[in-house]
Design a protein around this ligand. Structure first.
Ligand code: SF4
Length: 331
């Protein structure tokens, strides 16, 4: 991988929560890179640590949470070392975030156009009139019909899909290098979901903006991602390009996720993943997936597998990737 192209490099990141009952290692040694303009999905069940990873990048971890190890290099600066004031600048200018529920991010008291305009005024040296014009252009860009009218609409009068488009317009207003979208379409119905993902995809390609999509939904991944990282119990267990993940997954957890994803033809009976995500206060020893894994061998319950490159650019954290153990058997 050409290091010069990397926009974000997360290395050995650990974000832990110091609770009354003990330490919750929500993110436990995560390493990955995102190149300029690349679309990457971080996938896993709820509680896998994917949202905490994105909040760590944004500098939004609150007490009792804390980054206890690792670095987050963005554009050659380590975000972990920055003061809140500097982080605010990065959040406003270089990295934008889109959340699942736009209503929590939009101010209910102001028309959406005004909110985009204010964001533009904050980040660009332009007049109010120019900012209004640009806000209308942004509304148009994200596919909102009659943008001049919608400019004066209040958030509650718009549909969920329209609100999410407004959030994308606000994210774009700072011309970010990276957009982090945390379950951006989970609250929307399937048709609107596809539209929103289409817009994100198109804009990312048009503006060469990198995208980090956080999702539990492999359908979303298939629509948008170039590369996929699968997360389980605070660690990345598999990472590959989107085709390899869907066609030849290596990790038993990825296989289980795929089997539990509805197919378009709806003919296959869906399997659910056996068992539950372990209690983070009492993580199992060895491979954290061994309590649910149908392929577990003896050493899985005592020895932690390291992540390794099993095929070119296809990494997996599983003892079966070890030739001595007979190789990967799934699929
Ligand atoms: Fe399953 Fe063992 Fe691989 Fe873990 S290391 S995923 S328990 S086979």
């Amino acid at each position: 991988m050409d290091k010069m192209e990397n926009l974000l490099q997360v290395k050995e990141l650990k974000t832990h929560f110091m609770t009354m009952n003990g330490v919750v290692p929500s993110v436990n040694g995560v390493t990955f890179n995102i190149k300029k303009g690349e679309k990457v999905a971080l996938v896993g069940e709820s509680g896998s640590g994917k949202s905490v990873t994105s909040l760590s990048i944004m500098g939004l971890i609150e007490e009792p949470g804390k980054i206890v190890n690792g670095s987050i290099i963005f554009d050659e600066r380590n975000l972990v070392d920055l003061r809140e004031k500097e982080m605010e600048k990065i959040r406003g200018n270089d990295i934008a975030m889109i959340f699942q529920e736009p209503l929590t991010s939009l101010n209910p008291l102001f028309p959406v156009g005004k909110q985009i305009r204010e964001s533009l005024l904050l980040h660009q040296k332009i007049t109010r009139k120019e900012a209004k014009q640009r806000a209308i252009e942004l509304l148009k860009k994200v596919g909102i019909p009659m943008p001049e009218q919608v400019y004066s609409s209040y958030p509650h009068s718009l549909s969920g899909g329209m609100r999410q488009r407004v959030m994308i317009a606000i994210a774009l207003s700072c011309e970010p290098k990276l957009i982090i979208a945390d379950e951006p379409t989970t609250a929307l119905d399937v048709t609107i979901q596809a539209q929103i993902l289409g817009i994100l995809n198109e804009l990312s390609e048009l503006e060469n903006t990198a995208l980090l999509i956080i999702t539990h939904d492999l359908g979303v991944v298939a629509e948008i991602a170039d590369r996929v990282m699968v997360m389980y119990c605070g660690q990345i267990v598999e990472e590959a390009d989107v085709f390899s993940i869907f066609d030849s997954p290596l990790h038993p957890y990825t296989e289980a996720l795929l089997k539990s994803t509805p197919r378009l033809n709806g003919q296959e009976k869906l399997a659910s993943i056996e068992g539950r995500v372990p209690n983070p206060l009492h993580m199992p020893k060895g491979c954290t997936f061994h309590t649910r894994c149908p392929y577990a061998i003896e050493k899985c319950s005592s020895n932690v597998p390291a992540i390794q490159e099993f095929r070119p650019n296809h990494h997996v954290r599983c003892w079966l990737a070890d030739e001595e153990e007979g190789g990967i058997k799934i699929g």
